[in-house]
Design a protein around this ligand. Structure first.
Ligand SMILES: NCCCCCC(=O)NO
Ligand SMILES: [Zn+2]
Length: 343
């Protein structure tokens, strides 16, 4: 299987994030992608290629163009005010506040276009974000070109970013852009399987009223886990999208025996939907030693995850999302891919 990787990811290196009331070093850091790339090379998964440079045309079909334009200029606006550290939002338009965008105030725009303080912007963030999206589209093109599967080694991740907001380390929803690209190439029905520990609220939001893209999430129960405000089992889609969204919220401590039942159910639903191509939001923060998560999957479980997805027998694009147990991130993420290949 080919991997699409860009060294430009390293341009995005946030300094701090807020966790349990303290400023802590960012968990989503460049070394994550390097460890995964090293493991791809170590197992001989396949060729590692650079992404092509894509326009924003497809991204503008799943994201608000004004939001994307903001992402491209946010750092310059922040720096123009003499700021040197990461740009972080501090005020959000919650209930009772107005919802019109503050045109030229970077502090207001940061809050307007974010769901949390978990997406810090630095001088190189846009370069990395664009490259990450380019990796997803390039890998999608490899699949569309006849490959059974391809791996988009995306960093930063994307599944929390919605139509017009960033958050949870995410800026552009890479998996959603790829799914839209497959639709634009003529795939009538696309399924997105999000196996990251956290609910992909952005992906759900983007396709919630659409009947052409099925979205399944297996994740920490939002009653007690980030993102808290989406990801319940009663969220099944709306209008044309009714029945095209399914959530499997699971409790702290969930291990493979329970988690795999949700995967079976999600795969069955994707099959029943008639998906012609599968996009997997591949986060491995389901791992038992992940520092910010609370499931109990073991390294030996990840090849089983890949093997189950392979049973769908559909062209499959793997898009890298979360995972913060850096020492095992490579063996776990690539384990899904070698398991998919039946190695
Ligand atoms: N700072 C709050 C937790 C962000 C979750 C990031 C992630 O892994 N999402 O999949
Ligand atoms: Zn996650």
């Amino acid at each position: 299987m080919k991997t699409v990787y860009s060294p430009d990811h390293a341009a995005h290196a946030g300094h701090w994030e807020v966790a349990r009331g303290a400023m802590v070093p960012c968990f989503e850091k460049p070394i994550r992608a390097e460890y995964v790339r090293a493991r791809v090379e170590e197992v001989g998964l396949g060729e590692i290629v650079l992404p092509k440079v894509w326009s924003m045309e497809t991204a503008r079909k799943v994201h608000d163009p004004a939001y994307l334009a903001f992402l491209g200029k946010a750092w310059d606006m922040w720096a123009a005010e003499g700021n040197h550290t990461s740009a972080l939002p501090m005020t959000w338009p919650v209930r009772g506040l107005r919802n019109d965008v503050p045109p030229e105030c970077i502090e207001g725009l940061l809050g307007f276009y974010s769901m949390d303080a978990g997406a810090s912007i630095t001088a190189g963030t846009w370069k990395a974000v664009k490259a990450s999206m380019d990796c997803a589209l390039t890998a999608a093109e490899i699949v569309a070109g006849g490959a059974r599967a391809a791996f988009a080694l995306c960093r930063p991740p994307g599944h929390h970013s919605g139509p017009a907001f960033m958050g949870g380390y995410c800026f552009i929803n890479n998996a959603s852009v790829a799914a839209q690209w497959f639709r634009d190439q003529g795939a009538a029905r696309v399924a997105i399987l999000d196996v990251d520990y956290h609910h992909g609220n952005g992906t759900q939001d983007i396709f919630y009223e659409r009947g052409d893209v099925f979205v399944a999430n297996i994740h920490g129960d939002p009653k007690t886990e980030y993102p808290y405000f989406l990801g319940h089992a009663d969220e099944t889609g709306r209008g044309a999208g009714e029945g095209c969204n399914v959530n499997y919220p699971l409790p702290f401590g969930t291990a493979w025996d329970t988690w795999s039942l949700a995967l079976d159910a999600a795969c069955d639903r994707a099959e029943a939907f008639g998906a012609e191509v599968i996009v997997v939001s591949l986060g491995v923060d389901t791992f038992e030693r992940d520092p910010i998560s609370a499931f109990k999957l073991k390294t030996a479980d990840y090849p089983k995850m890949g093997a189950r997805i392979a049973k769908l027998g559909k062209p499959t694009l793997f898009v890298f999302e979360g995972g913060y147990a850096v020492d095992e991130i490579g063996v776990n993420a690539v384990g899904v891919l070698t398991g998919f290949e039946g190695r």
